[in-house]
Design a protein around this ligand. Structure first.
Ligand SMILES: Nc1ncnc2c1ncn2[C@@H]1O[C@H](COP(=O)(O)OP(=O)(O)OP(=O)(O)O)[C@@H](O)[C@H]1O
Ligand SMILES: Nc1nc(=O)c2ncn([C@H]3C[C@H](O)[C@@H](CO)O3)c2[nH]1
Length: 207
């Protein structure tokens, strides 16, 4: 590994990223970086009108994650300390490519690369795949009001985008370990053995 273990949990909306990252952080005694949701002023507006609000929303996520990545690099990666995050910065591009159009998409892509290309990236990705029914059930279980109007078609598209993105990342960065977790079958919340198996695998990868 080029640098200390930097683990990212990824997957489409509601796959269980924050849940798994938090459980692993406790089990492996790692610091955990979580994305900011509650103070996001654009999410609500975005779900009501994606075309009007996507640029503001994507820029907000990008700026927040840029700051978190900057801090993570200084506090952990540069110090050789392992860390786990409930997202990979690459998700900005996965979402941005889907929600933005035309010149805004081109500008956003350029800004993304300018801001993030020189940062250390996660060397272990836990990719939770889950089908539409599983995602809808988990989103409903979490019951964030602004997510009630998420269109199933948007989620379906994101499921596909995530698969494509992980496949292209694997080609581009062959040294990055991507562990795919079947979120429909593997239940790290309800089945302790499922969680233990994931935690053991991560421990091995961190050696
Ligand atoms: N394996 C699981 N089995 C059952 N429930 C789960 C599982 N994983 C997560 N959940 C529940 O599903 C909901 C969504 O989980 P979580 O918030 O971790 O998803 P997320 O991927 O971080 O979401 P987001 O994409 O919005 O950040 C929560 O209520 C959580 O308790
Ligand atoms: N458009 C868009 N771009 C992102 O980078 C992004 N990251 C997360 N999200 C949405 C998913 C959940 O509703 C909620 C919490 O994860 O925020 C995003 N939406």
């Amino acid at each position: 590994m080029k640098h200390a273990p930097f683990i990212a949990v990824e997957g489409p909306i509601g796959a269980g990223k924050t849940t798994l990252a938090t459980m692993l952080a406790t089990e492996l005694q790692l610091p955990v970086i979580k994305e900011i949701v509650d103070e996001n002023p654009f999410l609500d507006k975005f779900y009501q009108n994606m075309d009007d609000w996507s640029f503001q929303l994507e820029m907000f996520f990008l700026c927040n994650r840029f700051k978190q990545l900057e801090d993570t690099t200084v506090q952990y990666i540069d110090q050789g300390k392992p860390v786990i995050s409930d997202y990979h910065i690459y998700k900005n591009l996965i979402f941005g490519e889907r929600t933005l159009k035309g010149s805004k998409r081109d500008k956003y892509r350029e800004i993304y690369h300018i801001l993030t290309d020189d940062f250390p990236k996660p060397n272990i990705i836990l990719y939770i795949r889950a089908d539409l029914d599983t995602l809808l059930a988990r989103i409903a279980k979490r019951a964030r009001t602004f997510e009630e109007i998420i269109a199933p078609a948007y989620l379906e598209q994101l499921i596909e985008d995530y698969d494509d993105a992980m496949a292209s990342l694997a080609l581009r960065e062959p040294s990055t370990v991507i562990v795919t977790i079947d979120g429909n079958q593997v239940d790290f919340v309800e089945n302790p053995e499922d969680f233990t198996a994931i935690a053991e695998q991560v421990k091995e990868l961190m050696k």
